[in-house]
Design a protein around this ligand. Structure first.
Ligand code: CMP
Length: 140
């Protein structure tokens, strides 16, 4: 299996509830290593830029409003099959459909306030990591 990197963002609902450590523990217990991490409070325009792929969706305004409503934790995860592994431990986007033992099943409040974002493919992982981190912030 290949060692990969993926991007992860712990969302404002989880930061507000002070459960970023509990979520990070689940990522680490799934075999993922945090090789870059910072806390940021993005502006509405940064949220619009980061989520530009969804700009035609009816929920775009709600999504970008929420993502800029408070601080988030952005992280780079590394490990075997990190992209798929991260998506497995996060669970389905809609917590009502997430499997037991996943982060969203345990912590997400709703489809919008679903506690964590993770890259869905290698190309988006590369884009999302580069959006938030410079090379010197990634420590391996
Ligand atoms: P995320 O993995 O961050 O990618 C885009 C986000 O949009 C998704 O998680 C959800 O939180 C959010 N989202 C998807 N569908 C809806 C919806 N119908 N209403 C509000 N937010 C949504």
């Amino acid at each position: 299996m290949a060692i990969e990197r993926s991007f992860s963002m712990i969302k404002p609902d989880a930061v507000r509830r002070n459960i970023t450590g509990a979520i990070t523990t689940m990522l680490e217990e799934a075999g993922l290593r945090i090789i870059a991490c910072k806390r940021v409070h993005m502006s509405k325009s940064q949220a619009e830029e980061f989520y530009a792929v969804h700009k035609e969706r009816p929920f775009f305004a709600e999504l970008t409003e929420f993502m800029s409503s408070g601080p988030v934790i952005v992280q780079i995860l590394e490990g075997e099959n990190a992209i798929a592994r991260n998506r497995d431990i996060m669970g389905a986007t809609n917590p009502a459909e997430a499997k037991a033992g996943t982060i969203r099943k345990k912590f997400a409040l709703s489809l919008g306030e679903n506690s964590i974002h993770g890259s869905d493919a290698a190309a988006t992982a590369a884009q999302e990591m580069a959006y938030w981190f410079s090379g010197s912030e990634i420590t391996g």
